[in-house]
Every structure is written in structure tokens, then in C-alpha cells.
Write a protein that binds this ligand. Structure first.
Ligand code: NAD
Ligand code: DAU
Length: 334
């Protein structure tokens, strides 16, 4: 089995590569990643010398490259995206290029090389924002994206589904809630707060901190993707979540407590424009049909995450200082 993994140098993609190399040692992996600010080859140091793993630096919008790579691939697992909501609010151009045009380029290549099995990784944000008492999102919830990021992801989901219906491309889609764990870029809530506290800085809580997210440890997400690419029904969408709704203040207080800090470390800052109030996922479909459910509790996951950031200070300090971009040059000499 040969997998084309896009965006494998990012947070979830690199965790997925480690997961596959461990669980399926006979599989071969090609990791196509443009190494944007979010791509970091240090995430894959342990895989570098594995003969089953190959890294290709390139853009998913590069038609020629993507067509070439697609030729002898069995499954595409498509993670590559611009993923940070705040960045999409400041400047959405790259979100449109990568998330929409890039996905389209990959789908075209998958279609034109004999109809490759294609798993598209998406987000719960495409469904919009829930009120306090609304039922959780499921696969039938109408799309209602409200940020340039979620609108671009919604668009890519529609394209993926269209390629299934129109061209019979064997597509599956998963819409997952907030992931956390090792290798998450320290611009996202959990790693930003954990590393700020280690640096003696404050943690910037947006607005009043009452927004709710549903948290899933990244390894559980990897297991869900494993289930879908091996047993998922072609043409279907699967919602993946952690059954772990928490307000941002609850998350913040948990991190403060575990790191021996008090409320004085919180700085309430201006809210994110259009800030979605609440996300929650009903994952009964993947549970009933594929037997997946989260295994790692929030208590265990957050403990593992904080420990990982404590034990891997070079990793995040080199990101925060900007030095991580030298790694590719050191390894590949260009
Ligand atoms: P990330 O930002 O950590 O990583 C994205 C990776 O994609 C980086 O390695 C980057 O270099 C690469 N990339 C970006 N543009 C590219 C391009 N044009 N060509 C090739 N590579 C490119 O993202 P993440 O948090 O790991 O998210 C991965 C996927 O999962 C995304 O599709 C995201 O929408 C989705 N998702 C993320 C979460 C989450 O909580 N992080 C939850 C649900 C879904
Ligand atoms: O729900 C899935 C999505 O989760 C993914 O599709 C996105 O790629 C991923 O980035 C994440 O989006 P969020 O916007 O939910 O994640 P973020 O870590 O940016 O923010 C989580 C919550 O914390 C959100 O309500 C905003 C708040 N926040 C975030 C930051 C960075 C703060 O209060 N302060 C901060 O500094």
C-alpha cells in the first residue's frame, strides 16, 4: 500500500505519519508538503531514515508535480491546508489558493490517474456555530461556515463530494473537532498557552473565554482516519469528535492548575471577529458503523500534552524564535 500524504509536516499530518509507520510497517508513504510557516520537518526526524518514508517539498497547487506523484499511489490522505482561523481573518488569499485550488488540483490528479482512493480531512467549523442548547453537529447538519478559513474548507468538502458524485472518484470525508497533542504549532490555543506559561508570559483569552470547543487528542483522530481509509464506505462523510466540550476558560484554568500558575496569568484580550460560539460533534455514525470512539480521556491527553511541551522545549523555542526554518536547509542543503 502506498499513501500520498499531503501536509504531513504539519501537526496532524506528522502525527498520522508516525502512526502509520508504527501500525503498518509495510506501507510506503510519500509526504508532499510545501513547508509553509506551519510545516516543520523536525516533526518527522524519527521517520527520516525509514526507507518506507519519502519527503517531497512541493505545493499541492503544482499540477505537474501532483500528477507525477499521483501515478503510483493507492490512497491519498489530504491534510494540507492553511489551518489557523486568526490568520484567515487577517489575510485569506492563501486559504483560497491552498484549501480550494489545492484540493481541486489533487482531486483532478486523482481522477486523471485512474480514480485514486481519496480521503479528505476537514473540520467541524464548516457547520457554523451552535447555541448553548443546540444539538451537536452530525453528518446531516447544513453547512454554515462563518470565517474565511471555514468557508474555504467547506468549499473543498463540496468539491470532494462533487468528484464522488460526478466522476465516481472513491472519496471519503471526515469532519473533526479541535485536536490537541504533540507537534501542534504554538499559535493554537493549547500550545500557545502552555509555552507562554513556560516563558513566564501571560495567556491571551479572547473575549470572556466562554466559547466552547470539543477537544480530541490527536492520536484518536489518527485512529479514526485509519478506520475510514480501511473500512469507510465510499462517498460517505464521518464526523469525528472527542465528546469533550469545554469553554476556553475551563481549558485555561486546567492548564494553569497543571502548570502551578494562578488566575493572574490570564490576560483578557479583544475577541476574534465573528468568533464561533460553540462546536460539538455527534460521532455516533463512525462509532456504530466503524467501531471508533475516542480512547484518550481529556485528563490523560492534557497531561501527555503538557509533558510533551515540557520535554521538547527545543522544538517550540526554535519555532517561537524562527530558527526552525533552517532545518530543511541543514538536512537537504538547499
Ligand atoms: P497545520 O497548519 O499544522 O499543517 C498544515 C500543513 O500543510 C503544513 O505542514 C503546511 O506546510 C502544509 N501546507 C500548507 N499549504 C500547503 C500547500 N499549498 N501545499 C503543500 N503543503 C501545504 O494544520 P493541522 O492542524 O495539522 O491540520 C491539518 C488538516 O486537518 C487541515 O486540513 C485542517 O483543516 C484539518 N483539521 C484540523 C483540526 C485541528 O484542530 N488542528 C481539526 C479538524 C480538522
Ligand atoms: O474545530 C476544528 C478547528 O480547530 C480546526 O479546523 C482548525 O484548523 C483549528 O485551528 C481549530 O480552530 P479554533 O479556532 O477552534 O482553534 P484555536 O486554537 O485558534 O482557538 C481555540 C479557541 O480558543 C477559540 O475559541 C479561540 C480561543 N483562543 C485562541 C487563541 C489562539 C483564545 O482565546 N486565545 C488565543 O490566543
Amino acid at each position: 500500500m502506498k499513501l500520498l500524504i499531503t501536509g504531513g509536516a504539519g501537526f496532524i499530518g506528522s502525527n498520522f505519519i508516525h502512526y502509520i509507520l508504527k501500525e503498518y510497517p509495510s506501507y510506503r508513504i510519500v509526504n508532499l508538503d510545501a513547508l509553509t510557516y506551519a510545516g516543520n520537518l523536525e516533526n518527522l526526524k524519527e521517520a527520516e531514515n525509514n526507507p518506507k518514508y519519502k519527503f517531497v517539498k512541493g505545493n499541492i497547487c503544482d499540477e505537474k508535480l501532483v500528477n507525477e506523484l499521483m501515478k503510483d499511489i493507492d490512497i491519498v490522505v489530504h491534510f494540507a491546508a492553511e489551518s489557523h482561523v486568526d490568520r484567515s481573518i487577517l489575510n485569506s488569499g492563501d486559504f483560497i489558493k491552498t484549501n480550494i485550488n489545492g484540493t481541486h488540483t489533487l482531486l483532478e490528479a486523482a481522477k486523471n490517474t485512474g480514480g485514486k482512493r481519496f480521503h479528505h480531512i476537514s473540520t467541524d467549523e464548516v457547520y457554523g456555530s451552535l447555541g448553548k442548547n443546540d444539538p451537536a453537529f452530525n453528518e446531516k447538519t447544513p453547512y454554515d461556515p462563518r470565517s474565511p478559513y471555514s468557508a474555504s474548507k467547506a468549499s473543498s468538502d463540496h468539491l470532494a463530494r462533487a468528484y464522488f458524485h460526478t466522476y465516481n472518484l472513491p472519496v471519503t470525508i471526515s469532519n473533526c473537532s479541535n485536536n490537541y497533542g504533540p507537534y501542534q504549532f504554538p499559535e493554537k490555543l493549547m500550545p500557545l498557552f502552555i509555552t507562554n506559561l513556560m516563558e513566564g508570559k501571560k495567556v491571551p483569552v479572547y473575549g470572556t473565554g466562554e466559547n466552547v470547543r470539543d477537544w480530541l487528542f490527536v492520536e484518536d483522530h489518527c485512529r479514526a482516519i485509519d478506520k475510514i481509509i480501511h473500512q469507510g464506505k465510499i462517498g460517505e462523510t464521518y464526523c469525528v469528535g472527542g465528546d469533550c466540550e469545554k469553554t476556553n476558560l475551563e481549558i485555561t484554568r486546567e492548564i494553569l492548575k497543571m502548570m502551578g500558575k494562578g488566575e493572574e496569568a490570564i490576560e483578557y484580550v479583544k475577541d476574534r471577529p465573528g468568533h464561533d460560539k460553540r462546536y460539538a460533534i455527534d460521532f455516533s455514525k463512525i462509532k456504530n458503523e466503524l467501531g471508533w470512539e475516542p480512547k484518550i480521556s481529556f485528563e490523560e491527553g492534557i497531561k501527555k500534552t503538557i509533558e510533551w511541551y515540557k520535554n521538547n522545549q527545543n522544538w517550540w523555542r526554535s519555532i517561537k524564535s524562527g530558527n526552525y526554518k533552517n532545518y530543511y536547509k541543514k538536512q537537504y542543503g538547499k
